[in-house]
Design a protein around this ligand. Structure first.
Ligand SMILES: [Zn+2]
Length: 118
């Protein structure tokens, strides 16, 4: 066995101990099985090089898809500050005895309702 082979085997054995696995693919240069490191990097122990793989590109595509899905339009809040004000004024109107102020309150409520519904 050549010394180079021995070194690459030792590198490979060390990788496996560190949690790497042997991949299904083979190195385009030396045709030896490629190791998959724990961070999903493809690595050829024989050539001692890391390889760029297609899955990285696919993963990026998926990330962008997820981001696109998050762009859903936000629902209109039902409990708006305007609605809270309308409720408050409605209560005031119930207790109001001054006709002028009653009209004033009623008009304000109507205006607020128009804003709320617009
Ligand atoms: Zn190789």
């Amino acid at each position: 066995m050549k010394r180079d082979d021995e070194e690459s085997l030792q590198r490979g054995a060390k990788l496996l101990l560190e949690g790497a696995t042997l991949g299904m693919e083979h190195c385009p240069q030396c045709k030896m099985p490629i190791y998959i490191l724990r961070d999903k990097t493809l690595y050829c122990a024989t050539c001692d090089v890391k390889l760029v793989k297609e899955e990285d590109l696919k993963k990026k595509d998926n990330d962008e898809k997820v981001r696109a899905d998050n762009k859903k339009p936000t629902k209109r809040k039902t409990a708006s500050p305007i609605q809270a004000k309308i409720d408050q004024l409605a209560k005031q109107l119930e207790e109001e005895t001054d006709p002028e102020k009653m009209v004033e309150l009623a008009e304000t409520i109507k205006k607020l309702e128009n804003i709320r519904d617009s």
